[in-house]
Write a protein that binds this ligand. Structure first.
Ligand code: NAP
Length: 282
């Protein structure tokens, strides 16, 4: 069997086209959706992610603000900036690129973003909520993967990927197992999965023999192989011989993550527009 490819680039292009139309409609009502991105430090991968997010905004007809801080910046400066952006009615989405330098309390920073503007969905009020804009969920939905009663195994328990994904799938009546670095016999778990989500950050650690025939594999990992090329946590070549459907890296979850960030910013702006319209009607 050769797995069906869940093409994040194609799905993104389709959704971004619709977003651009909606952004144009909002602009006609005098509101330009705006995403503010905060980058602290000089991590090259983070700099590329932020650059791509800002470029995608512009392309979709949305405005963006990019604030870059030195790695040793006083966290109070960043908190003050977030408070300013929270209060700015022309800003609809705020993202803080992770990871932050060690002297930051990342959880406190994420909590300081207004939940309405938390377009990454990291605020405690948003994590695990049935957010429209979760990129991994959107891919499962687009591929018509049955969720009710499905055995799901998630490898990785981080607050930003593994845990929210588990909550979302639990809410969709999947049976969810979360594995991590201390899990015994990882392959025993992964081989039971109808849906396998890999979110570890270790190149090609999930191999074809660890996958149940016909399973859907969502590869969240972004790594570099020994030749410096982008690759996921899943060994794509062996996995695609066994899986029923699989997201590639690159061209899978990555582009969808940016797309859903834009979608969430736009939705936030649309909520503001609806509020404004109601205000006018009163
Ligand atoms: P993270 O915070 O480092 O978490 C990694 C998780 O993997 C931890 O729960 C860890 O277990 C677990 N783990 C480590 N080694 C393991 C092993 N040998 N067996 C089983 N589990 C193991 O990473 P993250 O922030 O969640 O990111 C994970 C990956 O997704 C990275 O490659 C990152 O670049 C990528 N990512 C991609 C996107 C996207 O848009 N595509 C977005 C965010 C992140 P412990 O908890 O026990 O340490």
């Amino acid at each position: 069997m050769t797995a069906r490819i869940i093409d994040g680039t194609a799905l993104s292009a389709e959704i971004r086209g619709q977003l651009a139309e909606r952004a144009a409609a909002l602009k006609n009502n005098g509101i330009t959706p705006c995403l503010a991105a905060i980058l602290v430090g000089e991590d090259p991968a983070s700099a590329v992610y932020v650059r791509n997010k800002v470029a995608a905004c512009e392309k979709a007809g949305m405005r963006s603000i990019k604030d870059v801080y030195a790695p040793d910046v006083d966290p109070a400066v960043v908190f003050a900036r977030i408070a300013e952006l929270n209060a700015d009615p022309t800003v609809h989405g705020i993202l803080v690129q992770l990871p932050l330098p060690k002297h930051f309390d990342s959880a406190a920073v994420l909590e300081s973003i207004s939940p309405e503007k938390d377009v990454d969905g990291f605020h405690a009020e948003n994590v695990g909520a049935l957010m429209q804009g979760n990129p991994r969920m959107k891919m499962l939905e687009s591929a018509n993967v049955p969720l009710k009663g499905a055995e799901v195994v998630i490898v990785g328990r981080s607050n930003i990927v593994g845990k929210p994904m588990a909550m979302l799938l639990l809410a969709r009546s999947c049976t969810v197992t979360i594995c991590h670095s201390q899990s015994k016999d990882l392959a025993f778990h992964t081989r039971r999965a109808d849906i396998l989500v890999a979110a570890v950050g270790r190149a090609k650690m999930i191999t074809g023999d660890m996958i149940k025939p016909g399973a859907t594999v969502i590869d969240v990992g972004i790594n570099r192989n020994s030749e410096g090329k982008l690759c996921g946590d899943v060994d794509f070549d062996s996995a695609r011989e066994v899986a029923g459907a699989i997201t590639p890296v690159p061209g899978g979850v990555g582009p969808m993550t940016i797309t859903m960030l834009l979608a969430n910013t736009l939705e936030s702006a649309e909520r503001v527009a609806a509020g404004v319209a109601k205000g006018v009607a009163k």
